[in-house]
Design a binder for this molecule. Structure first.
Ligand SMILES: [Zn+2]
Ligand SMILES: [Zn+2]
Length: 436
C-alpha cells in the first residue's frame, strides 16, 4: 500500500478526535450522525453509487465528457440511508492483483446477499493512483465508494481502522458497541463466503464450531468421494477405489502446471514419495499414498502434469477440489496436507516439512516432527556460527526461530524454510543450512 494513504495527517484534519466522533458517548452505538462523520466530510453527506462512476474509455473526449458532466453522471447515495445496515468498508486498489482477486470474490458474495438481505452495504475506500484508475476499478464494483478526490476522508479511514495492508474489509454492525468491528472480513469471505453474514460474534462462533465438528468427524471418504464418484484416477489402474486408501497416511497435493513453484516442487516430492514408499516396502508396509488435487485449467495440461506424478489424482474439475481447498483453507499452491490413517488431518505444513526433513518427515506426526526438531537443534550446535555463501557477497550468520530467524523462502532453492537458517540481516538474504 502506498505510504501516503496511511500516513498521519494532522494539518487541517477536522477528524482529529476520531475516537469521539465515531461512537455516541452516551451508549457507544453507531448512529447516523456518527456514520456521517466517518464516511462523509463537511461538504459531502453522500457516497458514490455503483453506477456513479462509469468506465472511462481511452479517448480524451470521453474523459473530458466524464469530468465535464460529472455533476449529471455521478449518482449518489445519502450516508444516512446506511443507518441500521451492516457495513463493510473495503480498502483496496486496482494496481494490486490480490485486491482485484478479492473484489471478484466479494462481488460474487455481495450479489448473492443483496438478493436475500438488503441490510448489507459495502463502501470502497480507494488507494488507486489516479481518478481514471479509480473510475475503472469502481466500475467493476456493485457497491458504494468514497469519492476518489476526498483524500482527507480516505486517510482518516485508513488511520481510524489502522489499515496496514490491502485488501482489507472492516465490518461494522449497526447496533454494536465499540471495539467489536470485524477486522478480518477478507479472511471470512474467503473462508465462508456469504455464510459469514451478518458477521456477528455469534455467527462466527457458530461457523467455527461447525467447522470444528466437521474436522473432528472427518473421514477420508467424506473428503475424497461423493455421491457420483467413489474412485480416484490412477495410472496403470484407471479407477482406484477411494476405500483402498482407508488406514493409510495420505498426502493431498494441491498444485497446477501454471504454478511455477508447484512445477518446481513436484520432482522433489516425487523423489521423496519414492523413497518413503521404498522404505515402507521393505517392511511390507503400503500405507502411504498421495492424491493430486489439481487447479489446472484444461485436460491437456492436467494430463501432462499428472503424467509426471506416480500417485493418484482427483479428476480435473471435480466438485471435491473446490471444497477441499476451502475446507483446508488453502492460501497458495503448491500445498501438501497430510491425513493420518484415521482420516483426520495430521498437518497442513506437508510442503514445508518435506523441504526441511525430506523422506524423514514421514509420517508427519507431531511426535515425529518433534523428534526431528530436536535432532536438528542438536546438529545445529555443531554448525559454524557464520559462513560465506557463493550466492551472496556478505557473511551469513546462523539464526534459529527464536533468535532472529522465522519462516523464510530460501534464496538458494526457492523453497520454504523455518527454524535454523543462514541469514544476512542487512539484505534479508536467507538460506537453508543444507543449502550453503
Ligand atoms: Zn534451500
Ligand atoms: Zn547481505
Amino acid at each position: 500500500m502506498k505510504e501516503e494513504d496511511v500516513k498521519d495527517v494532522e494539518v487541517n484534519n477536522h477528524k482529529t478526535n476520531e475516537d469521539d466522533v465515531f461512537y455516541d458517548e452516551s451508549d457507544g452505538l453507531i448512529s447516523a450522525s456518527r456514520l456521517l462523520s466517518l464516511l462523509g466530510s463537511k461538504d459531502r453527506d453522500s457516497l458514490l453509487s455503483p453506477t456513479g462512476t462509469q468506465k472511462v474509455e481511452g479517448s480524451k473526449e470521453a474523459q473530458d465528457f466524464h469530468i465535464g458532466c460529472s455533476a449529471n453522471v455521478v449518482k449518489q447515495v445519502k450516508i444516512s440511508d446506511l443507518e441500521g445496515k451492516v457495513i463493510g468498508i473495503l480498502f483496496s486498489a486496482n494496481w494490486y492483483p490480490p485486491c482485484q482477486e478479492f473484489t471478484r470474490v466479494l462481488a460474487n458474495s455481495y450479489e448473492q446477499l443483496k438478493h436475500s438481505d438488503p441490510g448489507f452495504e459495502i463502501v470502497f475506500v480507494s488507494s488507486d493512483e489516479d481518478q481514471d484508475a479509480f473510475n475503472n476499478y469502481h466500475a467493476c464494483m456493485p457497491w458504494l465508494a468514497v469519492p476518489f478526490s476526498d483524500l482527507e476522508t480516505k486517510r482518516s479511514l485508513n488511520r481510524r481502522f489502522d489499515i496496514e495492508g490491502i485488501p482489507s474489509l472492516i465490518v461494522l454492525q449497526p447496533n454494536i458497541k465499540e471495539g467489536t468491528a470485524i477486522r478480518d472480513g477478507v479472511d471470512l469471505i474467503y473462508r465462508y463466503g456469504i455464510q459469514a453474514y451478518p458477521f456477528t460474534e455469534e455467527r462466527l462462533q457458530e461457523l467455527l464450531e461447525k467447522e470444528r465438528d466437521k474436522h473432528k468427524n472427518q473421514t477420508l471418504k467424506d473428503l475424497l468421494a461423493n455421491r457420483e464418484r467413489d474412485f480416484l484416477l490412477g495410472h496403470s489402474t484407471l479407477k482406484v477405489p477411494v476405500s483402498s486408501l482407508t488406514g493409510k497416511t495420505v498426502g493431498l497435493f494441491f498444485s497446477a502446471q501454471w504454478c511455477l513453484p508447484g512445477v518446481k516442487f513436484t520432482p522433489k516430492l516425487v523423489s521423496i514419495y519414492g523413497k518413503i514408499k521404498q522404505e515402507l516396502a521393505v517392511k511390507g508396509d503400503e500405507h502411504f499414498e498421495i492424491v493430486f488435487v489439481s487447479s489446472d485449467c484444461d485436460q491437456t495440461t492436467f494430463d501432462s502434469y499428472f503424467q509426471t506424478m506416480p500417485w493418484l489424482a482427483l479428476p480435473l474439475g471435480d466438485l471435491a477440489i473446490k471444497d477441499l481447498a476451502k475446507y483446508f483453507d488453502i492460501r497458495g499452491i503448491p500445498s501438501l496436507v497430510i491425513l493420518g490413517p484415521d482420516g483426520k488431518t495430521v498437518t497442513k505444513q506437508g510442503r514445508n516439512l518435506v523441504n526441511l526433513y525430506q523422506e524423514n518427515a514421514y509420517p508427519f506426526t507431531e511426535a515425529r516432527i518433534g523428534l526431528l526438531e530436536r535432532l536438528v537443534d542438536e546438529e545445529a550446535q555443531n554448525l559454524p556460527k557464520s559462513v560465506n555463501h557463493t550466492g551472496h557477497r556478505h557473511e551469513l550468520v546462523l539464526v534459529s526461530e527464536g533468535n532472529g530467524g522465522g519462516p523464510f523462502i530460501c534464496c538458494d532453492c526457492d523453497e520454504q524454510g523455518s527454524g535454523w537458517a543462514y541469514q544476512c540481516i542487512e539484505c534479508g538474504y536467507e538460506v537453508h543450512t543444507k543449502c550453503v
